[in-house]
Design a protein around this ligand. Structure first.
Ligand code: CA
Length: 297
């Protein structure tokens, strides 16, 4: 939505864009897998003839067509384990920590039922002991291909955190122009859900899609429980950069906790603003960065 875009001058835009585009990463596209296995040091405990066997069907995940995500729960005995995701019963295409192909093993502490997840769109493999499983139920979900709206168990609006920084994100261009509402739900259930201002069982969060095909960015902060919804996906990482790239002449500015609402605080503000403000940034040409000069209109 327009109110959550913050404009900057082109000179600042050019310098910041160069710095921030470098941290963007796009998942590599590979054909949809026929099978997804969780190979690891837990496989013998789960009934496989050995460990680290990408072709042991006992630890296959199941593909859920309604979710477009592979998933399966296993009773993992107490102990420390490691695992990865292997596609097509082979090591040829495998993913580890951080959704990285051939990446590091993923640590797991057992002693509970663990549900594993693999999304072939992002290559993120994780589990519900390691990660918060957060989705965005809302009035837009049927447009994404979910069986209906307001479905906390539809993983087509799954918020993902491959880099493990506690900021869970989901981006889509599939919502038609219109006005919608959303919340955040934990563990595919309404039992734990968050609404406006991160309030548990709080109010629905409204948002507007300005045009068909517009990119909509959802971000859930697991610490504050706040859901941010932006028209235009920021590039880069909220924790690594003070500002984020939205388009060639637009950045989003992380002004502390207020990023969660997209409402930056002016220096003369006594309290939280409830209305969006336009932001201008005075950039340093020598460093290409700006550490201040933010004001609202
Ligand atoms: Ca993240």
């Amino acid at each position: 939505m327009r109110s959550q875009r913050f404009r900057t001058r082109p000179s600042a835009a050019l310098a910041l864009g160069t710095a921030l585009l470098a941290v963007s990463a796009v998942a590599q596209e590979t054909p949809p897998p026929a099978t997804v296995t969780i190979p690891g040091s837990l496989q013998s405990e789960l009934g496989c003839p050995g460990d680290w066997m990408p072709d042991c069907a006992i630890t296959h995940l199941s593909y859920d067509a309604a979710d477009d995500v592979w998933q399966q729960a296993f009773d993992v005995p107490a102990g420390a384990f490691e695992y990865k995701a292997a596609l097509n019963d082979s090591w040829d295409e495998n993913y580890g920590l951080g959704a990285v192909r051939n990446g590091p093993n993923i640590p797991l502490t057992g002693g509970r039922t663990v549900k594993f997840y693999y999304d072939h769109k992002s290559h993120w493999v994780t589990d519900n002991a390691r990660s918060i499983i957060a989705t965005v139920p809302g009035s837009f979900q049927s447009e994404l291909g979910c069986p209906g709206d307001w479905m906390p168990d539809c993983l087509r609006s799954w918020l993902q955190d491959p880099d493990g920084d506690g900021l869970y994100t989901f981006t889509t261009t599939a919502i038609p122009a219109g006005s919608y509402e959303a919340k955040v739900a934990i563990n595919e259930s309404w039992a734990e859900n968050y609404g406006r201002d991160g309030v548990r069982d709080g109010a629905n969060i409204p948002f507007t899609v300005p045009a068909d095909g517009a990119e909509i960015f959802f971000q859930y902060d697991a610490a504050s429980h706040r859901l941010t919804i932006l028209d235009g996906a920021p590039r880069g990482d909220l924790h690594r950069a003070r500002a984020h790239w939205v388009s060639r002449d637009t950045i989003a500015w992380n002004s502390g906790s207020h990023i969660a609402q997209g409402y930056p605080r002016r220096p003369d503000d006594a309290g939280d603003r409830t209305d969006p403000v336009a932001v201008c940034i005075r950039a340093s040409h020598s460093s290409g960065r700006s550490d201040g000069g933010v004001w609202g209109t």
